[in-house]
Write a protein that binds this ligand. Structure first.
Ligand code: IVH
Length: 724
């Protein structure tokens, strides 16, 4: 596949200053977005190894172009700022991060640097504590006079989230420190984690209940801890290993290993794998040894940590930006294996997203059998993003390809490369289906609202009939702003769907008729009796008369929420008119194409843009949706929209704007007036209530004066609507 050279693929050494600047900004944004997803949403989208690579490149750029380093630099930040919802806690001593070592040479350099810094003689021994690096989330526990007073997450290193109530539910966190010589203030730090078996069991329960499924034990630990309700945290099996500290009014030991023993003696769990090492060779051997044990451990680790043992020396070495000079994390290389892509399957998600999944010849990667790997989307398979950026160096993935699979961050496997030498001659580029495999409706890629770019996701447009989306759509159909049928909520949707009684909206309205003929009647079902069944049917009947806007909203057309549904209802007046317009509209094929009249009319509705208009047209042009809608309409009487009574003084009034407006554009003024319930007209007539006249107003102003219309300046208008 032809590869476009892009700055992203150039080695840092080859970058010009201008290119480096661009890369620095790009990486900064990308790392920031990943930090947000990892630290705040507990839902990372890339493996840790890939994140580390981004960060390494970012730091390499700053090393080569120091002028790009500022106080705002990522290299001076740790993690992400605390998320909203929890109170903030300022850490008495900042919670820092660790520098990473990936190669053995980095470890040797770490030891040399420390020796140089401390100016140690060649024969002077240096001792390190080597520990496992637990893949959980770090926590700071503050004890005053032996009592646990606050527990806080790391947050951005300076401020974290107050999770005290939740932490108190962990058995392994003592609420009171027992033992002699407990310092008046002690901040104990360590890692909250979930074991691998507990994580798998939790995910099974979550999946069965239709709740969030976590990507890995770290995310499930973080998600379990960040609960508004501590009883939820209490129900999750969380553990804690102590390995560090913050503020201490006294130090109970003078080495790190001594501190680990003390932590154990006062009731904390410490990880038993720690060991004292005397040289870089010792450290590297420890890394290899723990690497061997990794798969058989009960919990995830993503590397090992080396810490200079003597605390007085740690003090002398101090910190550089976000990490201590006296410690380093030696990460494990991501594990890889080679296998063959047997097939590519398309799965349809609840929102209609088509996700390709590679079916692999089963292969063991890091002790786990992998046979399915998500290929994310169409562009990912092609190896070229919509903006031309390359994935895997621009190589596409084909059925029959030999691929390298990687499992990083221990759980989510992915394809990192294709072995082109082994590509069978018969292998053809994968052609992504344009039809939904679940229902046969056409599947489209829309233009992303925020970026203006084509969305990477191809989506099924058969919203009303696609079985993969049915439950979600039915739920939406009965929701508050749509049909809002009393006694027919999400639970009932799921029950009736599972029983095959309600598969599409129209079925709701034929339920009573079918029930009358059925052998097993609703009234005989668990949870129902004669009265409740009758009530349900009456509630359904009551909603046969439905306002147009609610009906439009209930259809679940993409991007058509409550507001857009009202705009459409107001503009077209009837379902037939909307359907006709959508059927007649031609979606423009490129920027120069303006589309036909029906398209322009739809697109000209204030508040409806290209993306929304396109989704509407796609929806109504899908025959299966039209059929399902016809079945539904046969059951309904559609009423005109009830305009909400607005308390705005201009609601229901007709306004004309003329002349130059100085504080807003004409379009803005028009949108504002309409938002407040006013009608905006193009010319002055007897019906005009207000003429808003700016400088340069001409004939309209004359006419308004003659007709005795209220004339306002822009300022007076703004004052009238309360915007000034
Ligand atoms: S020491 C000032 N020891 O790794 C250094 N950290 O990448 C304090 N971690 O934020 C950290 N196991 O969440 C240390 N044995 C260990 C660790 C460990 C896991 C985490 C911790 C830290 C991150 C740094």
């Amino acid at each position: 596949m032809a590869s476009k050279p892009s700055v992203q693929n150039l080695p840092v050494e080859h970058l010009t200053l201008a290119q480096a600047k661009k890369e620095h900004v790009r990486l900064d944004l990308e790392i920031g977005a990943h930090d947000q997803r990892y630290y705040q949403d507990d839902a990372p989208t890339i493996p840790d190894a890939e994140y580390d690579a981004l960060r390494q490149r970012y730091e390499a750029i700053e090393a080569q172009f120091p002028e790009l380093r500022t106080a705002e630099s990522r290299s001076a930040k740790v993690g992400a700022a605390p998320s909203r919802g929890f109170a903030k806690v300022r850490h008495a001593v900042p919670m820092l991060s660790l520098q990473n070592a990936f190669a053995d040479e980095d470890v040797a350099e770490f030891v040399r640097r420390i020796r140089r810094f401390l100016n140690l003689k060649e024969d002077e021994p240096v001792v390190f504590t080597a520990e496992a690096k637990i893949d959980g989330l770090s926590m700071s526990l503050r004890y005053e006079n032996g009592n646990l007073v606050t527990a806080a997450t790391r947050g951005d290193g300076a401020e974290g989230e107050d999770v005290t109530a939740n932490i108190k539910t962990l058995k392994e966190v003592p609420q009171k420190l027992e033992g002699k010589n407990i310092p008046a203030v002690c901040e104990i730090r360590g890692e909250v984690y979930m074991t691998k078996p507990d994580f798998l069991a939790l995910n099974q329960r979550q999946q069965a209940a239709g709740d969030t499924v976590f990507a890995n034990p770290r995310n499930s630990a973080a998600g379990s801890l960040r609960q508004k309700d501590p009883s939820v945290t209490a129900s999750r099996p969380l553990h804690f290993f102590a390995y560090a500290w913050g503020e201490m009014t006294e130090m109970p030991a003078d080495t790190h290993s001594g501190m680990l023993k003390w932590l154990k003696s006062i009731g904390f769990q410490t990880n038993p794998l720690w060991k004292l090492c005397k040289s870089a060779e010792d450290l590297i051997a420890y890394h290899a040894d723990i690497g061997q044990k990794r798969a058989s451990l009960d919990y995830d680790i993503d590397g090992v940590v080396y810490k200079l043992d003597r605390l007085d020396w740690q003090q002398r070495l101090g910190f550089v930006s976000r990490s201590p000079r006296w410690a380093i994390a030696h990460k494990f290389a991501a594990e890889q294996a080679t296998t063959v892509v047997k097939d590519i399957d398309i799965q349809v998600g609840r929102t209609g997203a088509l996700t390709p999944v590679a079916k692999l010849e089963p292969v063991t990667v890091g002790g786990v059998v992998v046979q399915n790997v998500s290929l994310h989307n169409e562009d990912y398979i092609k190896g070229v993003g919509a903006d031309g950026t390359e994935i895997r160096g621009g190589t596409d993935i084909r059925i029959g390809d030999t691929v390298i699979v990687q499992r990083a961050g221990d759980v989510i496997p992915q394809i990192v490369d294709v072995v082109l030498d082994k590509r069978p001659e018969t292998a053809k580029p994968y052609s992504f289906p344009h039809k939904c495999p679940a229902c046969g409706s056409h599947a489209v890629r829309e233009v992303n609202l925020r970026t203006g770019k084509e969305d990477v996701v191809r989506r099924c447009t058969g919203g009303l009939i696609c079985p993969a989306q049915a439950v979600e759509r039915l739920r939406h159909f009965v929701s508050r702003a749509a049909f809002d049928i009393e006694g027919f909520g999400e639970k009932q949707v799921e029950m009736f769907f599972a029983e095959g009684l309600v598969m599409e909206p129209a079925d709701i309205f034929t339920l009573a008729k079918r029930d009358a003929r059925a052998t097993k009647k609703l009234a005989e079902r668990e949870g129902y009796g004669e009265t409740s069944a009758r009530n349900l049917f009456a509630a359904i009947d009551a909603r046969r008369r439905i306002e147009l806007n609610r009906l439009i909203y209930g259809l679940g057309i993409r991007h058509v929420g409550d507001t857009n549904a009202k705009l459409l209802a107001r503009h077209y007046g009837t379902m037939e008119a909307l359907q006709e317009a959508a059927a007649a509209a031609q979606i423009p094929i490129d920027k120069k194409d303006k589309g036909n009249e029906a398209w322009q009319e739809l697109n000209a509705i204030e508040g409806i843009g290209d993306v929304v208009a396109e989704a509407i047209v796609e929806f109504f042009q899908e025959e299966r949706n039209r059929d399902a809608l016809a079945r539904l309409l046969a059951e309904l009487e559609v009423l005109p929209m009830q305009e909400a009574k607005s308390d705005s003084p201009v609601a229901g009034k007709t306004v004309v704007f003329t002349g130059t407006l100085e504080q807003m554009t004409r379009d803005e003024a028009k949108a504002m007036a309409e938002r407040l319930g006013a009608k905006v007209a193009g010319s002055v007539s007897k019906k005009t209530d207000y003429l808003v006249a700016g400088p340069g107003a001409g004939s309209k102003l004359e006419k308004a004066k003659e007709a005795g219309v209220n004339v306002l300046t822009e300022d007076e208008w703004l004052a009238l609507v309360g915007a000034k």
